[in-house]
Design a protein around this ligand. Structure first.
Ligand code: ATP
Ligand code: MG
Length: 448
């Protein structure tokens, strides 16, 4: 009987959820380290919450008639215990939940930040995925407009640190719930007058979330949205003073902005300041960050009424911008690549590689894919491709005399060690010191 080998079908990942491949690692690391140093500059502390939360957190926190809760959540019932769970679509509600649960605000306000994947069941397209990363900040317990201005300026500092330009700031105030209620009545009356021109989505939202009608991207409805009663005309003196306070600080710090009276944001929990950072360089998905004040949320989730504001930033969209603007950093190579020939040399190479790592050097030890030794020539090719500054070369004859070879690669040089800039032969016991000196000299050279 002949054994028939069945070719197994290739598996793919979930649609709209991306693998982040090694070739993009340098870009992600550049972004993450830049964002972390910006956050440190403003005294923010990291918080990490679970990816799964009880579904109720989002229905209560984000609001039943928002895009996210209506149609974008990955919600399911845990087959083992019947709990209703949701993969987090955003992280503000979870950070607030954790702050209440652990009483984080007992000794005063907190500045918190997070980074991690979020999940929304949307139609995948450029800049819109079903799993995507957000970096976000939540300033909990600060009521003044200085905090609104500060979190906005953090974004500007990040753009500057990343080298990005042309990201515009749009600003609006949603006032307080009572002011929104007064505006809502007039807005509904206005929209009722134009009900024939409303699209299906807007008709559906007319009585549930009329503010969102103003946010429509439908070209046929732009005029209606443009001429609708403006929320800003319903703001009382306190709300106006807050809004003006934010604007004053931004102006004093030379942060340009545009007031967009139709900016409402997709989530229910906002009040007063809302803002978005927008670019024209990413096509339709041009909003790279959004945020605002959400003073009602903490109480709404069962905590003591506490002022709060924050933003969330779409990491993939920013990385796309960095690529678009050719700001992708070169991947970092290793320091040393160790090549070797022969059994005795292989064992020595293993030991030497560990010694070098003990001193803090980054070392790749050559390993052949099939377990049989490759020629020095093919090993040296790998050494070149690794980005290492130096190759350490272990041959059996040299080793027998207690010596190893050191060969400079790429821009590295041995001149500072008094050697010619070609392969040097060094006693094994001097290797570490020799390499450290050569690495330091190379780093100094490239800094010049
Ligand atoms: P949009 O109007 O683009 O749907 P949103 O209002 O739903 O955005 P927020 O909930 O405010 O977005 O999230 C903040 C940021 O997260 C957005 O400005 C965007 O940069 C990013 N973002 C949101 N949804 C996605 C997604 N599906 N894929 C990639 N990034 C996203
Ligand atoms: Mg959305």
């Amino acid at each position: 009987m002949t054994e028939q080998k069945k070719k197994l079908e290739k598996l793919s990942g979930v649609k709209g959820m991306n693998d982040i491949l090694p070739q993009d690692a340098a870009l992600w690391e550049f972004f993450e380290s830049t964002v972390k140093s910006m956050l440190r500059a403003y005294g923010y502390q990291q918080i990490r919450t679970p990816i799964l939360e009880p579904t109720q957190l989002f229905t209560r926190g984000i609001g039943e008639v928002t895009d996210i809760v209506e149609k974008e959540m990955y919600s399911f019932t845990d087959a083992l215990n019947g709990e209703h769970l949701t993969l987090r679509p955003e992280n503000t509600a979870a950070v607030v939940r954790a702050s209440i649960e652990h009483n984080l605000l007992y000794d005063g306000p907190k500045r918190l930040w997070y980074i991690g994947p979020m999940f929304r069941h949307e139609r995948p397209q450029r800049g819109r995925y079903r799993q995507f990363y957000q970096v976000g900040v939540e300033a909990l317990g600060f009521a003044g407009p200085d905090t609104d201005a500060e979190i906005i300026m953090m974004c500007q500092r990040l753009w500057d640190d990343l080298g990005l330009s042309g990201i515009r700031l749009e600003l609006n105030s949603l006032g307080q719930p009572e002011e929104r209620a007064a505006h809502r009545q007039e807005l509904i009356a206005y929209l009722e007058q134009h009900v024939d021109t409303l699209d299906e989505e807007s008709k559906r939202r007319l009585y549930t979330n009329p503010l969102r009608v103003l946010d429509t991207k439908n070209p046929a409805m732009q005029e209606i949205a443009q001429n609708a009663p403006k929320l800003v005309d319903f703001l009382g003196s306190e709300s106006l003073a807050h809004f003006e306070g934010v604007q004053r600080l931004l102006k004093a710090n030379n942060i340009p902005f545009k007031i967009n009276p139709r900016l409402v944001r997709g989530l229910d929990y906002y009040n007063l300041t809302v803002f978005e950072w927008v670019t024209d360089k990413l096509g339709a998905q041009g909003t790279v960050a959004g945020g605002g004040r959400y003073d009602p949320l903490i109480e709404q989730l069962g905590g003591k009424a506490t002022a709060a504001c924050g933003w969330a930033m779409g990491v993939e969209r920013i990385l796309e911008l960095l690529k678009e603007e050719d700001l992708v950093p070169a991947p970092e190579g290793t320091d040393i690549y160790v090549v070797h020939q022969g059994d005795a040399a292989a064992e020595q190479a293993f030991i030497i590689a560990e010694r070098l790592r003990d001193t803090g050097l980054d070392v790749i030890l050559h390993c052949s894919p099939d377990g049989t030794p490759a020629s020095f020539k093919s090993q040296m090719k790998k050494a070149d491709a690794s980005g290492a500054a130096f190759a350490v070369v272990l041959g059996e004859d040299e080793l027998a005399q207690g010596m190893v070879g050191v060969k400079p690669l790429r821009s590295a040089s041995l001149e500072s060690t008094g050697q010619k800039n070609e392969q040097a032969t060094v006693p094994v016991e001097d290797l570490t010191e020799f390499l450290i000196n050569a690495m330091v000299a190379t780093a100094d050279d490239s800094a010049d």
